[in-house]
Design a protein around this ligand. Structure first.
Ligand SMILES: [Zn+2]
Length: 104
């Protein structure tokens, strides 16, 4: 009997790169009280948050932002992907064990 080989595409490798970028991007959304412009800003510790339109620092930080929501969703997806990767790893080990068992 010919052993059947199952080719598993390296999905985890394709997805791995963007995972690391997300965690280093503290992007917040603000609304300018002076001119009512809304904008997203990458905020680091030393960043002075200013309106790009009128340079006002009188800003309101928006809490229900699409940015936060989507990165939360991505964090969930990441968790799921990690779980799935771990499971795939186990499956591969299992397959290997069974292969060896059947061919001894
Ligand atoms: Zn403004």
């Amino acid at each position: 009997m010919v052993p059947q080989l199952v080719i598993v595409p390296p999905v985890a490798d394709i997805e791995s790169e963007p995972k690391y970028l997300e965690q280093t991007m503290p992007v917040y959304e603000y609304s300018c009280r002076a001119c009512e412009k809304e904008f997203e800003l990458l905020v680091r510790k030393q960043t002075v948050v200013k309106c790009p339109a009128c340079q006002s620092e009188d800003l309101q930080k928006l809490l229900s932002l699409p940015t936060v929501q989507s990165s939360g969703t991505r964090a969930q997806a990441m968790k799921a992907a990690k779980k799935r990767d771990a499971k795939q790893g186990n499956d591969r080990v299992q397959t290997q064990i069974e292969y060896e068992r059947n061919h001894d």
